[in-house]
Design a protein around this ligand. Structure first.
Ligand code: FAD
Length: 504
């Protein structure tokens, strides 16, 4: 089976040559594998490389492109496009910074997408079939499915395993809106094939994928209408954080249709019309393209899971316990196929849990991982641990410390005041249980707080970490100072005053 990625240019030819080489020769299957991995996205690649590196006999099966969503239709292409769009955001903000941009600023959509394809092709070497072969992994390109208690078939080849890992990921959910399929729409699987900018773009869904791409396309010059079922965008995030991004979207001219119920889509000439109901009345919006970013569904079909007694459902995917073992004790799962945290780094670290548990009788637990995440809008929202609502639900009393960037010198100098660092600690102590940062580079800044959480460093101690002045990350130290000031109880103050009187 050959796989095409459009447009068929030099970059996509390089990409395919790396991650689904048309002339790939399937290896002769070993008599039995320690591990057969189905799915060659992040979870599958990390599992296969890690296990082979430890001396296991490993087969890796991928039906489409090695690298999975992240490399091909997810993190990598989206972040490359976002980078270009940020330049346009900066130009828009230039006047406020005293820089007059004269003449026209014209985003060259074709060039932006070409650059993205170049970045993707370049990074694809890391996930290439050849590289994994070199690591000692038997790479099979084709559809894998279980055929018996210890066998997986791919292209007629029968692979026997001692343990198997399901890492088949997820795909875009297609909402059931009458006329949507007939009208045609893009998802993350096709949007990066575009070479021409849609003049008018409807984005369905204001979760992380919808929001990142809505803002990027707006900055690249599309008229964007963002439809969302919820009352505000990014509704799983801290509401104050999401509010800041929502205001930025409105400022940039993204038309938000909130509490929207899409009722139908119809074709109109070369374009499409979306009909929707909102609490403010019915409306119709004419666009050239529709991009759907309305959630993910796990790739469970056609895997023969019933044959091997692996329980699953179509919403949450493969059922696993905390050690990522499925209902068949010889079969494990990792990544988007079984986890609610659908992120590349989560898939990566879940794969490490699986290697230890499947091959070395380990007892590693998924719940022991601290998994941060970031939505790469501008500003970004990065989060780790509990939100206030999680603490409420679990009956954990917390104190919250917040530092707005309007009080952080570097953010003021940068004209990046819309944001904050918010840290939750267990009431009565300084153990950090959660944090949210809204900032231009929140994803980079969050790591300090994640490190503190994973290594048991309390908020009070962060106050003693010297940060270069002026940096936006100083906000984290300042939150530490805020915590320490609360330790200065009236009684402690009295003792200090008495000491100073006595020694003075
Ligand atoms: C637009 C977008 C942007 C994103 N941005 C980010 C980001 O910035 N940061 C981040 O951390 N995460 C991001 N993600 C999420 C990230 O891409 C996923 O969490 C990650 O790719 C999950 O890895 P995985 O290995 O579980 O699944 P996948 O990457 O989906 O890989 C699964 C693989 O299994 C293959 N497969 C499926 N069934 C079979 C079968 N029967 N036989 C053989 N092969 C099969 C598929 O072809 C696929 O290659 C983004 C996702 C999208 C869609």
């Amino acid at each position: 089976m050959t796989v095409d990625v459009l447009p068929k240019d030099v970059y996509n030819t390089e990409l395919v040559a790396n991650v689904h080489p048309p002339d790939w020769r399937q290896p002769t299957p070993a008599p039995r594998y320690n591990l057969v991995v189905i799915g060659g996205g992040t979870a599958g690649l990390v599992t296969a490389a890690g296990a082979a590196g430890l001396g296991a006999r490993v087969a890796l099966i991928e039906r489409d492109l090695l690298g999975g969503d992240c490399l091909n239709v997810g993190c990598v292409p989206s972040k490359a496009v976002i980078r270009s769009s940020r330049v346009l955001g900066d130009i828009r903000a230039a006047a406020a910074l005293g820089v007059r941009v004269t003449g026209t600023v014209e985003p060259d959509f074709g060039a932006v997408m070409e650059r993205m394809r170049g970045v993707r092709a370049r990074l694809s070497h890391h996930d290439s079939a050849e590289r994994f072969k070199g690591l000692g992994v038997d790479v099979f390109l084709g559809d894998g499915h279980f055929t018996g208690p210890d066998t997986v078939e791919v292209n007629g080849a029968r692979l026997r395993f001692k343990k198997a890992v399901i890492a088949t990921g997820a795909r875009a959910h297609h909402p059931e809106v009458p006329g949507l399929s007939e009208g045609g729409f893009l998802t993350n699987e096709t949007v990066f094939d575009l070479t021409e900018r849609p003049r008018r773009l409807a984005v369905i869904g204001a979760g992380p994928i919808g929001c990142e791409l809505a803002q990027a396309f707006r900055r690249l010059g599309s008229e964007v209408t963002l439809f969302h079922r919820g009352g505000h965008i990014l509704n799983r995030e801290d509401a104050d954080a999401a509010g800041i991004v929502q205001r930025a979207f409105v400022d940039e001219g993204i038309r938000l249709v909130l509490d929207a119920k899409l009722t139908r889509v119809e074709r109109a000439g070369d374009g499409k019309v979306l009909h929707c109901e909102t609490p403010r009345g019915a409306m119709r919006v004419a666009v050239d393209e529709i991009l759907v970013g309305a959630g993910r569904v796990p790739n469970v079909d056609g895997l023969g899971l019933e044959t091997v007694g692996v329980a699953y459902d179509h919403r949450d995917g493969v059922t696993v316990n905390d050690r990522l073992q499925t209902t068949n004790s010889r079969i494990y799962a990792a990544g988007d196929i079984c986890m609610s945290e659908k992120f590349t780094h989560a898939a990566d670290f879940a794969a490490r849990v699986v290697i230890q548990n499947a091959l070395f009788m380990g007892r590693k637990k998924l719940s022991a991982l601290t998994i941060p995440w970031c939505t790469y809008t501008d500003p970004e929202i990065a989060h780790v641990g509990f939100y206030e609502r999680d603490a409420d639900k679990r009956g954990i009393a917390i104190d919250t410390y917040l530092r707005p960037f309007s009080e952080v010198d570097r953010a003021v100098a940068d004209a990046e005041e819309d944001g904050f660092v918010k840290v939750h600690v267990r009431k009565g102590g300084d153990k950090i249980v959660g944090a949210t940062i809204v900032a231009r580079h929140a994803g980079e800044m969050l790591n300090e707080l994640t490190l503190a959480m994973t290594s048991g460093v309390g908020l009070g101690r962060l106050a003693s970490v010297i940060h270069p002045y002026p940096t936006q990350a100083e906000a984290i130290r300042q939150v530490g100072d805020m915590f320490n000031r609360t330790r200065l109880t009236p009684r402690v103050k009295k003792i200090f005053a008495a000491w100073l009187r006595w020694t003075g």
